[in-house]
Design a protein around this ligand. Structure first.
Ligand code: ZN
Ligand code: ZN
Length: 144
């Protein structure tokens, strides 16, 4: 992933531009996700931020607010755990890109530069209306 070049002023500005009030916890949550190289769950963020004095409910509310404001993508990668990622970081048409999960170690990667096209060969025209999310499973390079 490309390292983030957002300053803390940029992040505060993004929060304000999205119509939210710029609180310390919102700024901290968004800063962590801007720096993250893979989508993070509420548990992942709590692990880091609770020791810093933030409470889990606040972190959860911040994630919901930032998602509703359009700054984060919320992903359900099939394991019923919501993961969040910063939307602006990825240079993709509409901010959507495929994700990959290693079935062995559970690591999730963003495939921001990968284009996956879906062809049904015209055989199952009623099967797919619209694809919103592409999610691949397999083994990462460490586990393969
Ligand atoms: Zn792995
Ligand atoms: Zn991603």
């Amino acid at each position: 992933m490309v390292p983030s070049t957002y300053s803390s002023e940029d992040i505060q500005l993004m929060i304000r531009d999205s119509g939210l009030r710029c609180t310390t916890s919102r700024t901290t949550v968004l800063t962590h996700l801007v720096k993250a190289t893979a989508p993070l769950s509420h548990a992942d963020l709590s692990e880091v931020l609770v020791p810093e004095g933030f409470d889990q409910a606040t972190i959860y509310r911040n994630l919901t607010d930032l998602t509703e404001a359009g700054l984060l993508n919320r992903l359900d990668l099939g394991d019923h755990i919501w993961r969040f990622e910063f939307r602006g970081e990825h240079d993709h048409d509409d901010g959507e890109h495929p994700h990959f999960m290693c079935t062995d170690c559970g690591e999730i990667s963003c495939l921001a530069a990968v284009d996956i096209s879906f062809t049904d060969g015209g055989k199952s025209p009623h099967l797919v209306g619209e694809i919103n999310e592409v999610f691949l499973k397999g083994l990462c390079t460490k586990c393969a």
